[in-house]
Design a protein around this ligand. Structure first.
Ligand code: NI
Length: 135
């Protein structure tokens, strides 16, 4: 029997959506206000879910304290109050869309989760826009 355990987290970050291969006009057309050269911020909401068997000794799939600390060290310390384009190495060459941020977060967390457990990341860029990545 597998069961999913989730932890919600939050971070603020700034970004600019921009494809350097395109003209400013084309970027403006595709990314609109998100192409603002002076960047803009989002209040990102993150849900990290781990699915696996319940450990018969602890009754846990994963200790939520462990998951909380992992999100803090791997995600919040790397992304919170950062300019993603400028300060986060993963986005030097990667457009920091919600899709790409979710994949980067998943890649940061995956090595720290037991291989027999599934990891899923849901990232809300706005209360209405969110993406989910499960590897
Ligand atoms: Ni944006």
């Amino acid at each position: 029997m597998k069961i999913k355990v989730s932890r919600r987290a939050h971070f603020n970050a700034a970004h600019r959506l921009y494809n350097p291969k395109w003209s400013f006009e084309q970027n403006e057309e595709v990314f609109g206000k998100c192409n603002n050269p002076n960047f803009h911020g989002h209040n990102y909401e993150l849900i990290v879910s781990v699915t696996g068997e319940i450990d018969p000794e602890t009754g846990f799939v994963i200790d939520t304290k462990v998951l909380k600390d992992l999100i803090k060290s791997e995600v919040e310390e790397a992304l919170d109050h950062k300019n993603l384009n400028v300060e986060v190495p993963e986005f030097k060459e990667l457009n920091p869309t919600a899709e790409h941020i979710a994949v980067v977060i998943w890649n940061k967390l995956r090595p720290h989760i037991d291989t027999d457990k599934e990891l899923e990341v849901t990232l809300y860029e706005t209360p209405r826009n969110f993406v989910t990545y499960g590897g």
